[in-house]
Design a protein. Structure first.
Length: 523
């Protein structure tokens, strides 16, 4: 901090901080400040007929000020919203400090400072519900100016809108950009709604390891680290599936987990290397039951969070009202391309990909090739919630074979707004079949597929003790949050998305907003 280049506004604020200390005012007091009301609640419960007027104590940031002669107005923002505060010179000068208003309030306090206000609530002649301040306490000094929007001729200037700055400095984004906090409050309600749904069925929330000796449960490239004491490599989990199934073996009837997963892959508007997934496993069920369960759950979540099953995402209206269509993967590819994948060899699939201008790698086997065809030609076309079911066995190494066709598996993926939202199976519980599928995956690894699964011997051993018929489902919570809140990029629903290393500012550069924004707020 001592060596960084400070703007003129930052230097002024530091001098103000020292001046406050010289007056005996601690810019960072430690004592508890007892709040008796919040902005939204105060406005909702205000009554012009209340005598005497309600006395309140509030706390928050100064977001704007209109400095006048002996009286001024400011806007205070707390966790719920904003409220106007009226400040009179004669009312807030404590004790013998007759200069408190002219010196401390007018010159040493700044936009962004946290203050406490004690006073009573009234309505101004303009009709605005306002707190008449009788005491002001500095709670925390802000040393950087907030990028407050300035309006001129109907246009906004100095808005904090650059996506990279917003995601990197989310703490500023939450303060100055209206609606950002609401996205994350809705995300929390979404999690709570899902938990309530699972708990109401008697299923148990559990925790499984994040550091794993074998990165299993999905086809993905893991992050790797090293444990010094054990002198072994460990992996950040790519999925928690195999551990949750071990718990079904152990006698739990239904378990679920909200897990942080990590995949060493690219970043784009729907992918972040660290993401949240929910996985649930219920014994004595199959994928048909899970489809019914999933659509009822999503309908409930939409209603709990938004009060309607319909959400607006960009120019599309998506309706989570159950039931959802169910289409086999084979039929989906036929519908979109005219090509029938049934009984096709790897060479035939590769030839079709070339003909259809679908880029594939030499290491890809039948499963990956079919996945590429579906991804390129079908996936993006399903906007309304749609179950794609009955995947070829090569695509699903952890899934039970289809009861009517051994070349297929009892699997579904739920497509919404052109992307996979959920993935579910009738779980493979035959240990011999499972071992054979793992061996096939290792063959793909030998061909260069760095996302192929590794044989997990302990999981095979668990299956050999016996796992009941089980259905499992995983759902991407970040993608669901995008849909429920109407966002089109995953970064908008992650408080702190992964970013490239920050470029160091050169002399003369400043972050977005800054001095001009500060000055404009007090003009």
């Amino acid at each position: 901090m001592a060596n960084q280049e400070l703007s003129e506004q930052e230097l002024v604020r530091r001098r103000s901080m020292e001046a406050l200390r010289e007056r005996g005012i601690d810019p960072y007091p430690a004592a508890e400040y007892k709040v008796t009301g919040h902005t939204v609640e105060i406005k909702e419960n205000f009554s012009d007929d209340l005598t005497p007027p309600r006395e309140v104590t509030v706390a928050g940031r100064i977001m704007s000020r209109r400095i006048m002669g002996k009286a001024s107005f400011m806007e205070l923002q707390d966790a719920e919203g904003r409220i106007q505060v009226y400040v009179s010179r004669d009312d807030i000068c404590p004790g013998e400090d007759k200069d408190f208003y002219n010196v401390v309030f007018k010159k040493l306090l700044d936009i962004g400072d946290f203050i406490g206000v004690k006073g009573y609530v009234f309505r101004t002649q303009m009709g605005e519900i306002t707190i008449h301040a009788q005491e002001i306490t500095l709670l925390s000094k802000s040393l950087r100016p907030l990028p407050i929007v300035k309006m001129k001729d109907g246009k906004a200037y100095d808005a904090f809108t650059d996506p990279e700055l917003r995601y990197r400095q989310r703490y500023v984004d939450l303060v100055v950009n209206k609606g950002v906090k609401d996205i994350f409050l809705k995300r929390t309600r979404m999690f709570n709604s899902m938990r309530e749904f699972f708990n109401s069925h008697g299923y148990v929330e559990v925790e499984t390891p994040i550091l794993q000796a074998i990165p299993g449960g999905a086809a993905a490239r893991p992050f790797i680290t090293h444990h010094n004491t054990l002198d072994i490599p460990l992996y950040l989990r790519i999925a928690n599936e195999l551990y949750l199934k071990r718990l079904i073996v152990g006698g739990f009837e239904g378990v679920y987990e909200f897990s942080k997963n990590f995949r060493n892959e690219g970043m784009d508007r729907t992918h972040n290397p660290e993401f949240t997934c929910m996985e649930i496993y219920v014994s004595y069920k199959d994928y048909n039951w899970m489809m019914d369960f999933t659509e009822r759950m999503l309908e409930k979540i939409a209603m709990d969070v938004n009060g309607t099953t319909k959400v607006q995402v960009g120019d599309k209206e998506i309706d989570f009202k159950a039931p959802y269509p169910r289409i086999t993967m084979r039929q989906a590819i036929i519908d979109k391309t005219g090509f029938d994948i049934k009984d096709k060899t790897e060479d035939e699939l590769r030839a079709f990909c070339k003909e259809a201008d679908i880029e594939v790698e030499p290491s890809m086997g039948k499963g990956k090739l079919i996945d590429e065809i579906f991804g390129a030609k079908c996936e993006g076309t399903y906007i309304q919630p749609t179950f794609i079911i009955d995947y070829p066995i090569e695509m699903s190494p952890l899934t039970k074979r289809h009861r009517n066709d051994p070349t297929l598996t009892e699997r579904f993926e739920l497509m919404v707004n052109g992307k996979e939202l959920a993935n579910a199976y009738s779980e493979l519980n035959d240990p011999i079949d499972q071992y054979g599928r793992f061996v096939d995956q290792m063959k793909l690894a030998d061909k260069g597929d760095d996302e192929a699964m590794i044989i997990d011997g302990d999981f095979i051993r668990a299956l050999e003790y016996g796992m009941p018929p089980t259905s499992g489902m995983g759902i991407g919570m970040d993608r669901l949050a995008m849909l429920i809140t109407g966002q089109t990029t995953i970064q908008e629903v992650l408080l702190f998305p992964q970013m490239r290393p920050e470029k160091k500012q050169t002399k003369g550069e400043s972050s977005e907003g800054g001095e001009e924004a500060e000055n404009s707020s007090e003009s």
